[in-house]
Design a protein around this ligand. Structure first.
Ligand SMILES: C[S@@+](CC[C@H](N)C(=O)[O-])C[C@H]1O[C@@H](n2cnc3c(N)ncnc32)[C@H](O)[C@@H]1O
Length: 219
């Protein structure tokens, strides 16, 4: 993603009412922020926020949080969120690697990974958001019945993610290399990147994986 740096972006993000300040203080008590016990869903690497601004309206019974580390990109997501009436949508301006500092063990119901940066070079594999050192963090913060939903256009990243998920004990419940030709497309909300790739006729890879501690899951 090409980003035009904005001198006031940091200040604007810091002061925006939808950006949670000092999120570590809410560790273990996110329900107090939303004022209810509804499921907590995170989109990691939210980008410009297209998915969340629709998801929060389509699914008001969920508390949605977008995590994004680049302030200029987050500003665009915040602008989009301002166009919605959603009271169930917040954002975190931080790196995903800090997830377990901000969420308590078993606090999160679902994690969405949408078109994560593929980092194709082997020496950059640790930066992929499905590298096992990230998955171990997700494993901690997810509930025993929690799950990860992933979409990507990138076959090597998809293969890598399947391998890493299995290596860390997750169970793959659904998987397809062509979402739009599969039954899983029902209720799908396209992200910004997804729209770009589908317009070019590229197939979208999708998977849903269950937490290792969900003893009810079957292959
Ligand atoms: C390729 S874009 C995809 C954006 C959006 N999810 C979509 O599908 O349209 C990936 C986004 O993830 C963010 N990102 C990548 N690594 C991150 C990390 N470690 N922590 C937080 N955000 C991250 C990038 O800044 C970028 O905005």
């Amino acid at each position: 993603m090409r980003i035009r740096r904005k001198p006031h972006a940091k200040k604007m993000v810091r002061e925006h009412p939808r950006v949670v300040k000092e999120p570590e203080q809410l560790r273990g008590k996110w329900h107090t922020l939303f004022g209810n016990d509804r499921p907590l869903h995170l989109e990691l690497g939210t980008g410009k926020g297209q998915f969340l601004s629709r998801a929060c309206q389509d699914t008001p019974g969920v508390n949605w949080i977008g995590v994004e580390r680049i302030e200029e990109v987050l500003l665009l997501a915040l602008k989009k969120a301002e166009e919605t009436p959603c009271v169930n949508l917040r954002f975190l301006w931080m790196d995903v690697s800090r997830l377990d500092e901000v969420f308590e063990e078993g606090e999160v119901d679902r994690i969405y990974l949408h078109f994560s940066d593929p980092w194709p070079k082997k020496r950059h594999a640790r930066r992929r958001l499905t590298h096992r050192h990230f998955l171990d963090r997700y494993k901690k913060v997810l509930k025993p019945k929690g799950e990860i939903l992933l979409k990507t256009d990138n076959s090597p990243l998809f293969d890598f993610s399947l391998e890493e998920l299995e290596a860390t004990g997750f169970t793959i419940m659904e998987s397809t290399r062509d979402l739009y030709q599969s039954p899983y497309v029902r209720g799908n909300i396209p992200t910004e990147y997804e729209q770009k790739f589908t317009a070019r006729g590229m197939p979208i890879h999708y998977l849903r994986a269950k937490h290792p501690r969900d003893f009810s899951s079957t292959r």
